[in-house]
Design a protein around this ligand. Structure first.
Ligand SMILES: Nc1ncnc2c1ncn2[C@@H]1O[C@H](COP(=O)(O)OP(=O)(O)OP(=O)(O)O)[C@@H](O)[C@H]1O
Ligand SMILES: [Mg+2]
Length: 270
């Protein structure tokens, strides 16, 4: 299915060791992956299996102990602030806890203005920037006028999640990493957020990496699934292959934890 699409991001032998001496542990252990342009990939595993650590390495927020990351065929080099900034134009994240993603002292307009600057449009006239921010808020059904003088902590959890998506709408990165983006919110907002992300993905052609415990969600949203156990990828392949025909006992156990995996999600009822 992916053969004719270019590879967007690769991990080759990526390992992360935390601690020293006796306390050494391999949070990520020799991970290899090829993510294709426009693909939706899920990384599924139990708590502590290393998903967030791997995500942070892909994002360039945590330094790998061993191995390399390739972005669009080039070995990634993040030495120096300028290179990092350039890389972060291309890869962005939505985290478990939306609150932690925002600088508490910045009002919402400056959160959005920063995105406009990061994408290189800082020099646009003020009216044009406001227009862009309004459009981004409109995309996620937030009213820019009601937000301008607020701080992110004054928003509800669901509004914060939507603000994060408004950032992504402005930045239009090539890759989006969504680490349990829907865990904090109710089923209704969850479906809405997924819907926004999938819409953005279709419009922008983003590669989306979902990180989740929820193999049912992975089946529903992704083309490719990677199963992670104790830092290792133990099984990977198309969502249908991995979830309907799992080879590994660990994968089967993750599936058996989900009661209704074979039934399609009915979003109209949530
Ligand atoms: N900064 C750190 N220093 C030391 N150990 C860490 C650090 N970050 C993560 N770990 C350890 O690495 C392992 C993997 O953690 P990680 O957060 O990647 O798991 P996860 O799969 O995201 O779990 P969850 O589903 O609960 O979010 C855990 O044992 C954790 O305690
Ligand atoms: Mg995690």
């Amino acid at each position: 299915m992916n053969e004719n699409k270019p590879i967007c991001l690769s991990a080759k032998g990526v390992t992360k060791i935390f601690g020293v001496g006796q306390h050494k542990m391999r949070a990520v252990d020799n991970v290899n992956m090829d993510l294709y342009v426009g693909e939706v990939v899920s990384i599924v595993g139990e708590s502590g299996s290393g998903k967030t650590t791997l995500a942070k390495i892909l994002l360039g927020l945590t330094k790998e102990t061993e191995g390399e990351i390739y972005f669009l065929g080039q070995k990634r080099d993040l030495r120096g602030g300028k290179r990092k900034k350039e890389y972060w134009k291309n890869i962005q994240a939505i985290f478990q806890d939306p609150f932690s993603s925002f600088n508490t002292f910045n009002k919402i307009d400056s959160v959005l203005l920063d995105c406009i600057k990061l994408r290189g449009d800082g020099g646009l006239p003020k009216e044009k920037k406001i227009e862009l921010m309004k459009e981004a808020c409109g995309f996620v059904n937030l009213k820019f006028e009601e937000l301008t003088n607020k701080y992110p902590f004054e928003l509800s959890g669901g509004q914060q999640q939507r603000l994060m998506i408004a950032r992504i709408f402005l930045l239009k990165p090539k890759i989006l990493v969504a680490d349990e983006p829907t865990s904090m919110i109710d089923a209704c907002s969850r479906a809405t957020i997924l819907d926004y992300l999938m819409q953005l993905r279709n419009e922008v052609g983003m590669t989306v990496i979902f990180i989740t415990h929820d193999i049912g969600l992975a089946y529903y949203v992704s083309d490719t699934v990677y199963i992670m156990e104790h830092g290792k990828i133990v099984e990977s392949g198309s969502a249908d292959r991995v979830i309907l025909h799992p080879q590994e006992a660990y994968t089967r156990r993750l599936i058996s934890d989900v009661p209704k995996i074979h039934e399609p999600w009915d979003l109209s009822t949530v």
